[in-house]
Ligand binder design. Structure first.
Ligand code: SF4
Length: 449
């Protein structure tokens, strides 16, 4: 006998997004991405990390999905996306959700696609944070705007939802994992080259050439460990060889909620702004967030006594992920003068005595750990990006600034709020002030008055 569907009797909810129950009605009312749609539909993805997601998107295309990154709002026209989000989502919902849903509606109304031939990809963490529930709000917003037939595909590791037309095999998962490591390496080297490049655009152009090479390798099955290691070395050597100035610039660390930390749409092109102002942005890679999620499997069991099986799986994956990161970091040190990536197990330990590993809503202890890691690396100017509506990250970000300052008194922490009503000019004025102070301090350290 098949599994019986659980739907409360006399359910009168207008939308599943309004309901707190996780009944099977959600499964029966949502538009599912079917096997046939794989051949007919374009899958649109929010562009949170330009290099990583460009790679991931192109890997999906190798496997037969017509995946495209959404660029709406990224070229100075973010107001339209913000307004579309505000119009269709409750205005106390956190800013990243407003932006992603705004981008979806912009795509549907732009005329660029046939609304009957598109689907959206929506990443879900599966944790306790509101991010796990936004997919229902996205569907509600689409329904309100008359697009309830458009499938929204959940990408999650928690088995939250299934779509028969979107399945990822072990090989595809391995390729995506590798491109995320490549993405971290490229992002790390681009950020250390771009502020010093002699020929404008040379770092981005080199990264783009490597994106093409990596995709060519994957499509021709050149994925042996030896080949990937050779690629890592060549990427590092190529960036080392880029002509650069010898200037000394202020380095500014960026931490915060994952979407506003990385997404140029979410943070009003923060990295670009810092580089234009003569600073060097420093960010941890995306794999740190993935390792944080894996590390939390053991903390869930240790602190809350839940999911023993998941904790065991996590303890098997964790050493593999950290080993890969260590390999890249050691190659950077061996073949270049670039600053290597910090190693996650070290970052994880830094919070001991400052915040508990049991704090894991949103970016949880990782956000505090990243501030401490940057201070440990000698990066004394740190921007803490905070989206509107994000309670968990206000606690572990702004709320932890005092204990971080107590441990690292020289650090200069600036919290910047990102929301639909915040003006770019206000954000940039605060950054300008921080940079002015940082430059004065740097001049003092160098003995220049
Ligand atoms: S981390 Fe914050 S901004 Fe992101 S979904 Fe959760 S509550 Fe919202």
């Amino acid at each position: 006998m098949g599994k019986q569907k659980i739907i409360p009797k006399n359910c009168e909810a207008e939308s599943c997004a309004d309901c707190r129950l996780r009944c099977d009605k959600r499964e029966t009312t949502r538009a599912v991405f079917t096997k046939e749609m794989k051949a007919t539909h374009t899958i649109l993805m929010p562009n949170m990390l330009p290099i990583h997601l460009e790679l991931a998107c192109r890997v999906l295309r190798i496997y037969g999905y017509n995946a495209v990154l959404m660029e709406y709002g990224l070229h100075g026209d973010s107001r339209k996306v913000i307004d579309a989000g505000l119009l269709n989502v409750h205005n106390d919902i956190c800013y990243p959700a407003q932006l992603i849903i705004g981008q979806m509606l912009e795509a549907l109304q732009s005329g660029d696609y046939d609304p009957h031939k598109i689907a959206f990809l929506y990443p879900q963490t599966g944790g306790g944070c509101r991010a796990s529930n936004y997919i229902h709000l996205a569907r509600k917003a689409l329904k309100k705007a008359g697009y309830d037939y458009v499938p929204v595909i959940s990408v999650n590791f928690a088995g939250l939802e299934k779509n028969p037309g979107f399945t990822v095999s072990a090989r595809e998962l391995r390729d995506i994992m590798y491109v995320l490591y490549y993405g971290d390496l490229l992002m790390c080297l681009v950020n250390q080259s771009k502020p010093y490049e002699i020929e404008k655009g040379s770092a981005d152009a080199l990264a783009s050439r490597w994106v093409d090479t990596i995709i060519d390798d994957i499509s021709h099955l050149r994925m042996s460990k030896r080949h990937i290691r050779q690629n890592y070395i060549q990427i590092i050597k190529d960036f080392e060889a880029l002509p650069k100035t010898n200037e000394k610039k202020v380095r500014v660390g960026i931490v915060g909620e994952i979407f506003v930390k990385f997404s140029p749409l979410g943070n009003n092109e923060l990295e670009k702004y810092l580089i234009a102002e003569g600073a060097e942005p420093v960010l941890a890679g995306l794999m740190d967030f993935i390792m944080y999620c894996v590390a939390n499997m053991k903390y869930d069991y240790a602190y809350y006594g839940i999911k023993r099986g998941t904790a065991l799986i996590g303890s098997m994956i964790y050493p593999y992920l950290t080993k890969k990161q260590k390999e890249i970091s050691e190659l950077i040190t061996q073949y270049s003068s670039f600053r290597p990536m910090p190693l996650f197990p070290h970052t994880e330990q830094l919070v001991d005595g400052v915040i508990s590993h049991a704090v894991k809503m949103g970016e949880g202890w990782l956000l505090t750990a990243e501030m401490l890691e940057l201070a440990d690396m000698g990066i004394e100017n740190i921007v803490v990006t905070q989206p509107f509506g994000c309670l968990p990250n206000h606690i572990v970000g702004k709320g932890m600034m005092k204990p971080v300052k107590e441990r690292c008194p020289d650090v200069n922490l600036v919290a910047i709020d990102y929301d639909a009503g915040a003006t770019r000019i206000n954000q940039e004025n605060r950054l300008k002030l921080m940079l002015a102070n940082a430059r004065q301090l740097m001049a003092k350290h160098n003995g220049v008055e």
